[in-house]
Design a protein around this ligand. Structure first.
Ligand SMILES: Nc1ncnc2c1ncn2[C@@H]1O[C@H](COP(=O)(O)OP(=O)(O)OP(=O)(O)O)[C@@H](O)[C@H]1O
Ligand SMILES: [Mg+2]
Length: 341
């Protein structure tokens, strides 16, 4: 998408690297006929107190996964990306290209020369004479910065895209039986979360919100009056019996829920369809209660997305570690999948 470089050839092995605010996740995939194999994966927490904490975590995650190839697919942080849905009258590709230049000037608050962009046409309601366009733009600085960090870690990034787009690809490949359903994908990270509404290969709605697991940790820290590290530990070891703690963190889950309501409402009124079910991913999907809380309040089926549900795994992959980290590997898996699409 960004960076202008197209993947040179469909190689047999692909590496997806997800540099988050909290942790670096890396996945190596290979394709054998129609099946994908998870060769290895790595997960490394970022030490935010260290200047080179991100580079170090990239190296650690790659070392755990035994990555030897330098070419990796990566994404840029949502903070650097502008996503807009536009409605335009129906027109041909050339007209659209020209029209988009105007729209970019209008919607992107940076100088044109500083911006890289891409767009895709979404399906409109059958009764409409308009087209809906998804515009994704980023400041060149952000893209270049990400490339610089990856190079410092000794890698050679090939594709730079955004999390929300690959999230959909991971889902689609693993859940083909849901192709006719409208599905809400919630990827809940540390600082940000992504809400995506998809049906088959089409993404109808995509939004990043600045809310995630960090907000839960900070609330625990404040309310129990403990340090951040301890709050993080408590959060990650909560059980369904810890009702008191659930009461403490409920407001954050409530804020998240409100954003989900707003997004679903918008989609339902704009496209005249209802979101059928929901899949959650990201590190915060490991929080006990999250699926139950969402299920109860959204009145829909809510499941944790498994990014490698239909994959085989190399014998060296630890099943227990994979089970633990799998909700966090959704973006890295989608990035690797870019090579095979
Ligand atoms: N067992 C657990 N229970 C609850 N939360 C958890 C658990 N394990 C990890 N988390 C939380 O998941 C978050 C990290 O998720 P993830 O790895 O998806 O984030 P990230 O991609 O690094 O961040 P971002 O997407 O915001 O840049 C952290 O807030 C962490 O505390
Ligand atoms: Mg993330």
């Amino acid at each position: 998408m960004f960076g202008g470089k197209k993947i040179a050839k469909k190689s047999d092995v692909a590496i997806g690297l997800d540099v988050g605010n909290f942790a670096v996740k890396v996945v190596q995939l290979s394709q054998k006929g129609d099946t994908f194999n998870l060769d290895s994966f790595g997960y490394a927490k970022i030490n935010i107190e260290k200047l080179d904490g991100v580079v170090e975590a990239i190296k650690n995650a790659c070392a755990e996964a035994g990555i030897t190839q330098k070419k990796v697919n990566a994404s840029i942080t949502p903070e650097g990306v502008i996503v807009r849905y536009l409605t335009l009258p129906e027109m041909n590709t050339d007209e659209l290209k020209k029209a988009m230049e105007f729209e970019i000037e209008r919607y992107v608050p940076f100088e044109r020369k500083d911006v890289v962009n891409d767009y895709m046409i979404l399906k409109e309601r059958p009764d409409s004479k308009n087209m809906k366009i998804l515009l994704v733009a980023a400041k060149k600085d952000f893209v270049e910065n990400r490339i610089k960090i990856l190079r410092e870690a000794g890698l050679d990034p090939e594709v730079i895209t955004i999390d929300a787009i690959v999230l959909k690809d991971t889902f689609q490949l693993n859940y083909p039986e849901k192709n006719n359903k409208v599905v809400g994908l919630l990827n809940i990270g540390a600082k940000s979360s992504n809400i995506n509404i998809v049906k088959g290969p089409t993404s109808y709605f995509m939004r990043d919100i600045q809310l995630g697991g960090d907000n839960i940790t900070h609330l625990l820290k404040e309310k129990i009056d403990i340090g951040l590290e301890e709050a993080e530990k408590i959060k990650c070891s909560l059980t369904l019996e810890d009702k008191e703690k659930f009461k403490i963190i409920e407001p954050v889950l409530g804020n998240l829920l409100n954003e989900v309501y707003l997004s679903f409402d918008y989609y339902e009124s704009e496209f005249g369809l209802v979101v059928d079910e929901v899949f959650v991913s990201g590190g915060t999907a490991r929080l006990k209660w999250l699926t139950d809380f969402l299920k109860e309040n959204l009145n829909r089926e809510v499941s944790v997305l498994s990014p490698v549900k239909r994959f085989t795994a190399a014998p060296a992959v630890s099943q227990s570690r994979l089970e633990l980290f799998s909700p966090s590997l959704v973006v890295a898996t989608g990035l690797a999948l870019e090579n095979f699409s």
